[in-house]
Write a protein that binds this ligand. Sequence first.
Ligand code: NAD
Length: 499
Amino acid sequence: MSGNMAENSPSHGNDVTEVRCLVAGEWRTSGERAERQGPYVRRPVSVAHLADEAMVDEALAYAHRSRAAVEQVSPAARASVLERAAELVDARRDEFARLLALELGKPLKDGRGEMVRVADTLRVSAAEARRIGGEVLPTAGWPRGVGSTAMTYRAPVGVVVAITPFNAPANLLAHKLAASFAAGNTTIVKPPPQAPAVSVRLVEVLLEAGMPVEAVQVVHGGAEIGSRLCASPIVSAISFTGSAQAGAAVARTAGPKRLVLELGGNAATIVCEDADIDTAAAMCAATGFSNSGQSCVSVQRIYVHTSVCDRFLDALTTAVGRLKVGDPLDEDTDVGSMVDDQAAARVEQWIQAAKAEGATVTCGGVRDGATLSPTVVAEPPPTATLVVEEAFGAVVVVLRYDDFDQVLEVCNQSRYGLQAGLFTQRIDRIMRAWRHLEVGGLVVNGTSNFRLDHVPFGGVKDSGIGRESPRWMIDDYTVTKTLILRGASLWGESAVSQG
Ligand code: NAD
């Protein structure tokens, strides 16, 4: 399916984007280059010049020297750069979407959606740059503070490392780099090996918008390059998005640094008997398979009340069966390919294992190269790998439940806890779920797969630590500095005379 269609499609062209490392203000070539094969088009689509250890060390030293220059840029100027970059991203949305389709097999509509969010993220970061300040503290409320004034302001941490995953390489880079710059830091970016060209194009846009060269560097490579950056004492904060396993390695390597870890999940969505079943099924179909399910909050486990489960499963299977699978460069495609053949083969194998354990595959389950047809698996055992682990692919599982409080407990049995979805009209259930679900966020009358880029986002348990979204990231990208003025007070100093 994918191979033949790719060869026959004139729209694919034969363009290969070559990208370099950006170190100490210069785009550098290197001795080692990595070629990225497009998972759907099955030809080279980009080539990245890889950093070596010396280049990483040079980037770290330059970042250390550049801190003062970036800190000197006024918040108003930082905000203007980010706003200009948002306009450029809007103007080049189609160009980015094409690159996302080539490097990752992401359908054009998903790619454009990601770029709309990139522009939002840049604008929100600009707004937050304008709000960074401090406060005058109520020192005189306690006896030892009487006669003094204390103030705080938020200062940049200095050098930030931003490590991004493949599945949303543009928006996650925008979150990290824009918030770090908004806070006045210099950032070293380590893009995912699967999407070097998209990542570099976004950095180029920021530079074109006026970001000083001192504020950003890019080093291409894999885990070893990321690890060298994380280990460096020059680095003050690390923002990492990726798998739980790699996140744990980053935490071990980093030692005592600011860490924001945005890791994996196997998100649950609960459908209660009072929900609009057709709407819930349509939303699960749309958000369980966007980007072939390769989203950290993608709908993976759907728990449906037993009284409506058969009806839900029918509606879901019908809606999923209507999704158009195929060429990511085709405007009508809903589901393109996964990131590579191995990822699709892994999920296919998990589906087969669930089937062997008694589950029913109601649609999909067919793989061609990196393309897995959208798959619905009904009632696998709760111990199936497809239920317990992060699938990160074009598959959802449907499981029935009887009791609402029990299903909350079942959801919590996961080692992950990123986000959950809940379809119900009952406020008591909403409040119970909000309180008891072990997740960073709950989406009501929507699935787990929904994110607003200006509200806090992040997980608990193995899904990570810290919260992303510019306002919260800026907390991690700045330090609170306190000034205490002794003998200078804004408030009264005399004691109450004892009658
Ligand atoms: P990955 O962990 O394989 O790689 C992510 C990035 O980390 C890459 O740039 C990689 O080169 C780098 N890396 C890997 N090992 C490293 C190490 N030891 N030290 C430093 N850097 C290292 O993840 P992936 O396959 O690119 O992305 C998919 C994963 O990301 C999924 O688990 C998904 O859930 C997660 N994710 C989480 C969020 C979130 O916000 N929580 C968002 C998107 C993706």
